[in-house]
Write a new protein. Sequence first.
Length: 163
Amino acid sequence: MTALERYAVANVPGLTAPLSVRQFKIGQSNPTFLLVDGAGRRYVLRKKPGGQLVATAHMIEREYQVLKALKTVDFPVPTVYCLCEDTSIIGTPFYVRPRWLPPTQSVQALTSVRRLLDCMFRRSWSFWSAASWPTRGCRTSRPKIALSGMLGSACAQGSILLA
């Protein structure tokens, strides 16, 4: 078993080995991978790119915290299972979540992924004033910036949420 398989089996509920790993070919600044476990269940792994990075760039940890906090207020985002900051596993921090699509009625009501993401982006601001982010597990001091970057980038290049 690889280090990733050992970590994922121990930290992602229901995940079984072996894992197949395939990188999505869409243009994201944080590499995104499809994981398929031994039972055929699909997950997404997002990680920092390799190499020397500016300390505040590619904050996958902040992305994880914001998604986790948004889930607590019933915002339509995927559940995040685990954040791994141990670089000995795959070389950079990463998190794992299920492969996810928003509720069917949302997809049917909107004609494109871009419009769906734009809607989610605008809806997120309404939650911002009502939510107490530190009490919802969001340790970052800049969740609004993190969400803006995550969803703004997704609108421009593809989708981190719909991967």
